[in-house]
Design a protein around this ligand. Structure first.
Ligand code: URA
Length: 239
């Protein structure tokens, strides 16, 4: 048995709160009887309709995409730019998948895609402590002191002070006056890594997310995706 509004939300009809509104406003029928009471319990045998259309639970699907630059991390873009969903087959898109969190248009790498709201919530909740690892090619030669600043937290131009993180220089290219750095953060403020690099005076030229939790790019080619493995899903859901 399950509460009607929870069932509707899990079927992807609407959020839990919007589902409650649908119920109260008389849009929902159970076995062809309009139900307006919140908290009505239903079982698998009951037939639920919203505005006359049967709603059923969809299977949950989970993917990791190696996002290329030049794609927006939304389901639909108001400026008609390519979206990350354009990289998925029609068959896989039938599951009403969407990206979890965001990567900038110009950022490449690990992006999780699902149709499971609970999974997405776990990952995007502000206090959720999953590691996100980035490799950035930045302008100039980054010093040890600047790395220490990154590690301790820097004040972004938004006024936000970042939490402690891990950071190191992978290599310095004196000829081209650039550095390759690795940054591991737990937070997910908008443009966080770019703003952190700006804060130490080394703007990002190229940014790739190489890991979320234990999920890495493996050998997924750019623009391609694979299903998450059971243990990868459990690692996130178990938190
Ligand atoms: N930090 C950024 O600045 N951009 C991203 O896309 C991800 C993290």
């Amino acid at each position: 048995m399950e509460r009607l509004q929870k069932y509707l939300a899990e079927c992807g009809v609407a959020s839990r709160r919007k589902s409650e509104e649908l119920i109260v406003n008389g849009h929902v029928m159970v076995n062809d009887i309009v139900i307006k009471e919140l908290g009505t319990q239903i079982s698998e045998k009951d037939i639920v309709k919203v505005d006359g259309v049967v709603v059923e639970k969809e299977d949950h699907v989970y993917y990791v995409l190696n996002k290329p630059t030049g794609y927006v991390t939304t389901v639909k873009d108001e400026h008609n730019r390519p979206t990350v969903l354009d990289l998925f087959s029609e068959q896989d898109k039938k599951y009403r998948i969407y990206p979890v969190g965001r990567l900038d248009f110009d950022t490449a790498g690990v992006l999780l895609i699902t149709n499971d709201g609970a999974f997405s919530n776990k990952l995007t909740k502000a206090n959720f402590e999953i590691e996100k690892e980035y490799v950035a090619r930045v302008e100039g030669l980054v010093t040890k002191l600047e790395i220490l600043d990154l590690k301790r937290g820097v004040v972004l131009k938004t006024g936000y002070k970042t939490k402690e993180c891990k950071a190191r220089v992978i290599s310095s290219d004196k000829r081209n006056n650039t550095s390759l750095i690795n940054i591991i953060i737990h937070e997910g403020k908008n443009h966080q890594v770019r703003l952190m690099c700006d804060a130490i005076g080394h703007p990002v030229k190229k940014l790739t997310r190489v890991r979320v939790g234990s999920i890495t790019l493996d050998d997924i080619p750019r623009g391609c995706y694979r299903k998450l493995k059971i243990h990868e899903i459990k690692e996130i859901m178990g938190r």
